[in-house]
Design a protein around this ligand. Structure first.
Ligand SMILES: C[S@@+](CC[C@H](N)C(=O)[O-])C[C@H]1O[C@@H](n2cnc3c(N)ncnc32)[C@H](O)[C@@H]1O
Length: 506
């Protein structure tokens, strides 16, 4: 998994909530005076607070720590910042990821238009933003853009080759080495470097070419038969530490987004090509990319676009995380139906997916642009907290142990989470003896949350498991869902005999 994050830059205008992990989001926003009773933003991180940088760092630190835990061992993290917090951010990233895992800082030419404001006379006008790059392990290889493949136009009994005339360089200066000045012979003639020059390859390497029949001398020139297996047979563009405006600026990223989803209210949108380039360098085609400051979901858009560019082979997945930041009720964004930032992100993913699919044509057949949305919430399963003064009523209340208002599907996903199932697994439904059963991951987990369960339901589930033949299967029922206690015992036996790995009641 790789990560790309674009946190608020702490410009004094992008809000930052101090965190209190024991509270619900809504509550802590209210307590900390960040939002009013309607949940609307009322404050920003102001320089006069005296804790300007501290507030931002307090918000970032735990997130970056968690990010490191979640990152794959060979993963990469990209953090977008600007002059405001670049210095501080590197300090905490050095602490969390280790200074030796600092790969570099990309300067992205984010602005082309100048701003003729008062500060133009006493401050530098920023033209670039920075993207900090850290890895979890030092020895991480990046994918490079292949510019051209080298050509091997000649062939002999050993296979294809190209002629590479052994090159010379100055023998003076710090790269001068006496050991690089030697005679090369092909058994017929001998050549030595011109005065003041040395060979570019060492004597052992040249001897190896000669001994394997891959060296000869023609008209006083040493020629090596260079074969694809002797060298990197492609010329590549490096992972540059500078992204020019050709990859897109913040200005045109904003207008591209407006064209796609209408008025959105974002000032800090990243261009798709900038994010696509980062993901290209740092991921393989099946990797997962996490962005926990999703905003308008540029990262998701870039992942889908890169998968489409890869034709049928791109299968990267994205996880976007976004705080339910409300939009201003007076704004056109709100009036366009986007009540919070998450809604903007969701609509962007939908529209971008459709657009990419329609542009990808034939390749689009297997392109997956679907996504699932989850909201952070308390458990769907109730805790046993009886009112001891009114035990009879409490007992009746707790006959059903699911929290009121939650759907069966909510419970199904909670069970998946608890058993460590990937939330992207398919969830299909089927009916057995009039009871709905959920089949997760093609039969790996079967869940029935209905009441009045009798042995025929278990038999129907077993039949379906056999048809789907997963490697192993677990079956989950509601603890109070059985018609009779004896049914529960019978069902347990039926499933055991049928080869079910685990029978679970919740
Ligand atoms: C710079 S924007 C990201 C923009 C995004 N890259 C895009 O292209 O649209 C920063 C995001 O951080 C979120 N944010 C601000 N304060 C936060 C906090 N304390 N915790 C989590 N997210 C926060 C904002 O809601 C916003 O979506």
């Amino acid at each position: 998994m790789s990560k790309n994050i674009d946190p608020p830059y702490n410009t004094g205008e992008d809000f930052v909530y101090p965190d209190n992990f024991h509270d619900s989001i809504e509550n802590y926003k209210k307590i900390t005076g960040q939002v009013d009773d309607e949940g609307k933003k009322i404050g920003t991180n102001t320089e006069t607070s005296g804790r300007y940088h501290t507030n931002w760092l307090n918000m970032m630190y735990p997130r970056l720590r968690l990010a490191r835990n979640l990152l794959a061992d060979d993963g990469v993290i990209f953090v977008s910042v600007d002059y405001n917090e670049n210095f501080n951010c590197r300090t905490i990233l050095n602490e969390i990821f280790g200074l030796s895992n600092f790969i570099g800082e990309i300067y992205w030419e984010s602005k082309t238009k100048s701003q003729n404001t008062e500060t133009a006379y006493n401050k530098l006008q920023p033209k670039a933003e920075m993207i900090l790059v850290y890895t979890k392990q030092l020895k991480r290889r990046f994918n490079l853009i292949v510019k051209e493949l080298k050509d091997y136009p000649l062939s002999d009994e050993q296979g294809n080759y190209r002629e590479y005339p052994l090159e010379v360089m100055n023998a003076t200066g710090i790269r001068g080495r006496e050991t690089m000045i030697y005679d090369v012979s092909d058994g017929i003639s001998t050549v030595s470097p011109p005065p003041g020059k040395q060979w570019k390859l060492g004597q052992d390497q040249v001897a190896a070419y000669k001994d394997s029949g891959n060296l000869f001398i023609r008209e006083g020139k040493v020629i090596i038969k260079m074969r694809p297996e002797f060298e990197r047979n492609e010329t590549t563009e490096p992972f540059w530490g500078f992204f020019s405006k050709e990859l897109g600026t913040a200005e045109n990223a904003k207008s591209d987004l407006t064209e796609l989803i209408g008025e959105h209210g974002f000032e800090t949108v990243k261009p798709i090509d900038v994010i696509k380039r980062l993901i290209f360098h740092a991921t393989e085609k099946n990797d997962i990319i996490l962005d926990f400051f999703s905003g308008s979901a540029t990262t998701a858009h870039a992942v889908m676009q890169l998968n489409a560019d890869d034709g049928d082979s791109g299968k990267r997945k994205f996880i976007m995380v976004q705080l339910p930041e409300l939009t201003d009720k007076k704004s056109t964004t709100y009036k366009a139906g986007y009540v919070n930032v998450s809604e903007i992100g969701k609509e962007r993913i939908r529209r971008a997916g459709e657009k990419i699919k329609s542009e990808a044509g034939l390749f689009a057949q297997n392109l997956d642009v679907g996504f699932k949305v989850f909201k952070l919430d308390t458990s769907n399963i109730r805790k046993w907290q009886p009112d001891y003064d009114n035990l009879e009523v409490s007992l009746l209340d707790y006959v059903d142990n699911f929290v009121e208002g939650r759907t069966e599907l909510d419970v199904v996903y909670e069970i998946m989470l608890k058993y460590g199932f990937d939330l992207t697994y398919s969830v299909d439904e089927f009916i057995v003896s009039e009871k709905k059963v959920y089949s997760v991951g093609y039969g790996m987990l079967m869940i029935c949350l209905s009441n009045g369960i009798k042995p025929d339901v278990a038999e129907g589930i077993l039949k379906r498991v056999k048809e789907l033949s997963p490697e192993s299967s677990r079956v989950v029922f509601k603890d109070n869902g059985f018609e009779k206690d004896s049914d529960k015992t019978n069902i347990k036996e039926i499933l055991k005999v049928g080869g079910i790995k685990e029978f679970i009641t919740i």
